[in-house]
Design a protein around this ligand. Structure first.
Ligand code: NAD
Length: 369
């Protein structure tokens, strides 16, 4: 069995607490012979700043380049509120994303049946929901030039943001979406605003071309972004994979996330290109939540988003589909058994802390083994 090089960057606040639970799962998978890992660990964020004056060291960056996948906890906290902007904790995460050229952001929105009542939508609309939003992360209106605010002679001001996409950027994100769809229900909805935006016209054209040339087996549908947003809250289970640009992806992924309940439940991945020589795709997996300084150190953080991030790494970086399925089934099982951390607790449920939830996941894995 291949040994997978995994770099763990717990980071700050609850990052190290939730990472401790992932280590239990990694140890269990290793012990069962379901996966084999070579683990490295390093500092990122405020923890790295305290240690070396930088939010990530050159040694840690070298480990990141050498790894098959990176698991990151969270960075930030009030302790570093006044450090210089360039070396703030978040800059460590941004450097990883930039230097590793992680252009594809994957945000799954899964609704576990046991938590369906926590959604703002009716149970029958969200129970069993499993949508994956693939957002272009390094281009579009957040980065396009010119990006200015200008004083005009009449006392008014003019602000300009520029939406720019080149065909290669659309092609590579489309390929990610189609490849991922093949590991799921084989359906992609591509969303843009070709009715009012030139970037939308090009987006639709390039996605159609990539589909026609290499992914005819995947079902492709185009939806205008406003209509897609409406459909996401009207009938979210119609979607499998949604691929979209940076701006629309930012908004639609937050909408989809909130269909499922708490921040403590949401994993994510950021993927780069497949390298020619190694055939490896750079990848960083992390919970959507931050360092949660308000609960850090109390042992009450929900580790499910972090454990779910490991499941994504198993599935998308290592091709260990069975192991990924087992981890996700264990999470669903634990929730069905009524175990809840404080953020998802409701009357009649069994309240557990971070370690308790991790142990419950291991027990559930062992039950099914
Ligand atoms: P946050 O996600 O850290 O916390 C928001 C709220 O959700 C808090 O009340 C917190 O207790 C709760 N929460 C978050 N994760 C939880 C979990 N796993 N279990 C239970 N409750 C959980 O967002 P914030 O408070 O806006 O930011 C705190 C710090 O984290 C800031 O320094 C911010 O810059 C940083 N941050 C980092 C990342 C990242 O590392 N990717 C993301 C967002 C925020």
């Amino acid at each position: 069995m291949a040994t997978h090089k995994l770099l763990l960057l717990p980071g700050d606040g609850i990052g190290s607490e939730v990472m401790a639970e992932v280590k239990k799962v990694i140890g269990w998978l290793d012990a069962q012979g379901l996966a084999s890992f070579a683990i490295e660990e390093d500092l990122v964020g405020g923890a790295a700043y305290d240690s070396c004056g930088q939010p990530i060291s050159e040694e840690a960056m070298a480990k990141a380049f050498a790894a098959d996948a990176i698991l990151l906890g969270a960075v930030g906290g009030p302790k570093w509120a006044n450090v210089h902007y360039e070396v703030r904790p978040e800059a460590g995460l941004l450097r990883l994303r930039k230097d590793l050229q992680l252009f594809a952001n994957l945000r799954p929105a899964m609704c576990y049946p046991a938590l369906a009542d926590a959604s703002s939508l009716k149970r029958d609309l969200v129970e069993g929901l499993d949508v994956l939003i693939v957002r272009e992360l390094t281009g579009g209106v957040y980065f396009g030039e010119p990006k200015t605010i200008t004083d005009l002679s009449d006392g008014q001001k003019r602000a300009i943001d520029t939406q720019v996409y080149e065909s290669y950027e659309i092609e590579r994100i489309a390929r990610v979406a189609f490849e991922l769809a093949r590991t799921r229900k084989n359906r992609v909805v591509s969303t843009e605003k070709h009715n009012v935006m030139k970037t939308g016209v090009l987006w639709k054209q390039v996605v159609s071309e990539v589909h026609g040339s290499d992914y005819n087996d995947v079902t492709l549908e185009h939806q205008l972004a406003d209509s897609c947003g409406m459909q996401l809250v009207r009938a979210p289970k119609q979607f499998d994979v949604i691929v979209t640009d940076n701006l629309f992806g930012d908004i639609l992924s937050d909408v989809a996330a909130m269909l499922t309940g708490s921040l403590g439940m949401l994993p994510s991945a950021s993927l780069g290109a497949v390298e020619e020589i190694s055939g490896k795709r750079r990848a960083l997996y992390e919970p959507v939540h931050g360092a949660a300084p308000d609960i850090a150190g109390q042992g009450v953080a929900n580790p499910i988003a972090m454990i779910g991030s490991l499941a994504m790494a198993l599935r998308y970086s290592f091709g260990l589909i069975e192991a990924a399925d087992r981890v996700e089934a264990a999470i669903a099982g634990v929730l069905a058994d009524g175990y809840r951390t404080g953020d998802i607790w409701s009357e009649g449920m069994t309240r557990v802390g971070t370690a308790g939830m991790g142990d419950a996941v291991i027990a559930e894995l062992a039950k099914a083994a």
